[in-house]
Design a protein around this ligand. Structure first.
Ligand SMILES: [Zn+2]
Length: 505
């Protein structure tokens, strides 16, 4: 399109005075939003005017185009906006492909450059700050996320997890009055150094979690007793009804099974990445391109109700032909897979030993194990410290007889249970008054270690009872970050990740 301004006169940007005396013309080229998928280029004829105002230092000025076509820009403002939005949502390479589909010509590096050039929004310093860490790679490398808890927004990301960088950030953002954090000491350190007057709030969820861990560990010392009580209170006929599955540890996994599991996991990962892209609004075609899967697979996954499991392989059919023989031998008491494999070979079986072993395991699997262990006896009701901890804290109806018997046999556990439950009540009801007494009781018992830990962080703990703030929203944002990070295929440079987390809706 060839366009030219229609106004008779223009305004001098220096003195704001009007002028209609044209000095010269020149051409400016701009790209604009595509029209029906066709790239649109604008050839703009721009005028230069004389400024005749006596007191104006400027003699000649170029007619300003306002916000539509900022000075020196090669794209109209609305095109730049569109590209920014695309890059924020999809990142560089996926963004470039979508742009191409829409009829906009821009390489991925152009997109990224444009995004990086964008003036960074200055967020006002938060009053209530939530801090947590997030994983670049779990167990390897962590970063820090900072949220404004009042506005429910991410305000910054830091590329590492350290007291120093957090402290520096806090010093650059004065005005923080409340810091909500988990119980990791490094954020506590940073806050204490940089904003000593701010109230630090320990996260309630983490408090409960840590307490449950300490509690479970203590119960672990009574492992034998727990199981004894579990057996004593389980009526035998009920024990028979229970599926034996849960009562036995899983069988050792054979290598082919392991391979099968790995394959499934790989498929599942791919499936999830497809679904994620679909959620981010990518078209089927885009997903196909990005994931390198066939169009058919992607379509099937997108229309399926859930993750479609592979159909069972018929690898076992070669064994099936010998089923009758195997069943007979099994009944005769030959349960040795290697022996049976040798026998089957003389019957023309061509499969490998593990094929037979898998088949046997599937057929006789757990029953086989149990028979080998000893003659049939009723399923052995077992429990675990974790399960008991949960029962004590939640007290479901069905667990009451068990708990009654347990407390009768061990007054020590009864006291411990009361202490643990009281801690939960204290947090739930925000009962600060109960703290000194709880702390004394706990310090005298097996939870002394946990109590001591709390004392060291007492101010933050009490603030957790007083303040309405928690790190829940921060964890929501960490989840969002994770989705964005994954859509970037781990090649994410930190600054782009940061921009996307801060600015994409
Ligand atoms: Zn002027």
């Amino acid at each position: 399109m060839v366009l030219r301004p229609a106004g008779e006169q223009s305004r001098c940007p220096s003195c704001r005075g009007h002028s209609d005396r044209i000095h010269s013309w020149y051409r400016r080229r701009l790209s604009d939003l595509p029209w029906e998928g066709i790239a649109v280029g604008i050839e703009l004829r721009v005028r230069r005017f004389f400024c005749d105002a006596a007191d104006c230092p400027r003699r000649i000025f170029t007619e300003p185009m306002g916000k539509t076509a900022p000075r020196y820009a090669r794209r109209t403002a609305r095109l730049s906006d569109a590209l920014e939005q695309i890059t924020l949502a999809l990142g560089g390479s996926a963004g470039a492909r979508l742009a191409e589909q829409l009829g906009i010509l821009a390489s991925d590096s152009t997109l990224l450059r444009q995004l990086r050039r964008r003036p960074v929004e200055r967020f006002p310093s938060p009053r209530v700050l939530g801090i947590d860490d997030w994983a670049w790679r779990k167990g390897h490398r962590y970063g820090t996320i900072l949220c404004d808890l009042e506005r429910g927004k991410v305000i910054d990301l830091l590329p590492d997890r350290s007291a120093e960088s957090t402290e520096r950030w806090l010093r650059f953002h004065p005005g923080v009055e409340i810091v909500s954090r988990d119980r990791a000491s490094l954020y506590a350190q940073a806050a204490t150094r940089a904003v000593p007057h701010a109230v630090q709030v320990a996260d309630r969820w983490h408090l409960l979690h840590n307490m449950t861990e300490a509690f479970t560990e203590t119960l672990g010392h009574h492992y034998r007793l727990l199981n004894e009580v579990a057996r004593a209170v389980t009526p035998t006929e009920q024990a028979h009804e229970e599926p034996p599955k849960a009562e036995f540890p899983a069988l050792a996994v054979s290598r082919p099974q392991q391979l099968q599991r790995n394959n499934r996991q790989r498929r599942l990962d791919r499936y999830e990445s497809v679904m994620e892209k679909a959620r981010l609004g990518l078209s089927q075609r885009e997903i196909v391109r990005q994931c390198g899967l066939s169009r058919k697979t992607v379509r099937r996954w997108l229309t399926a109700d859930g993750f479609p499991e592979r159909k069972r392989s018929c690898r076992h059919s070669s064994v099936e032909r010998h089923r009758e023989y195997l069943e007979q031998r099994w009944a005769q008491g030959c349960h040795n897979a290697a022996q049976l494999w040798r026998e089957l070979q003389s019957h023309g079986f061509l499969g490998r030993p593990h094929t037979l072993r898998d088949w046997l395991q599937k057929q006789y699997g757990r029953r086989h194990e149990r028979q080998q262990q000893q003659t049939l006896k009723p399923a052995d009701p077992r429990t675990s410290p974790r399960k008991v901890a949960w029962q004590i804290l939640k007290q479901p109806e069905a667990a009451l007889p068990f708990l009654g018997e347990l407390f009768r046999r061990s007054p020590e556990i009864a006291t411990l249970a009361a202490t643990a439950r009281e801690f939960f009540r204290m947090i739930r009801e925000r009962d600060i008054a109960a703290w000194p007494e709880w702390q004394q009781t706990a310090a005298a018992g097996p939870l002394a270690g946990f109590a001591k830990h709390l004392c060291r962080d007492q101010a933050a703990f009490l603030a957790a009872l007083e303040q309405p703030w928690s790190n829940g929203p921060v964890e929501g944002q960490v989840h969002r970050l994770k989705l964005i990070k994954r859509s970037m295929y781990g090649r994410a440079s930190f600054d782009l990740l940061r921009l996307r987390v801060l600015h994409s809706a």
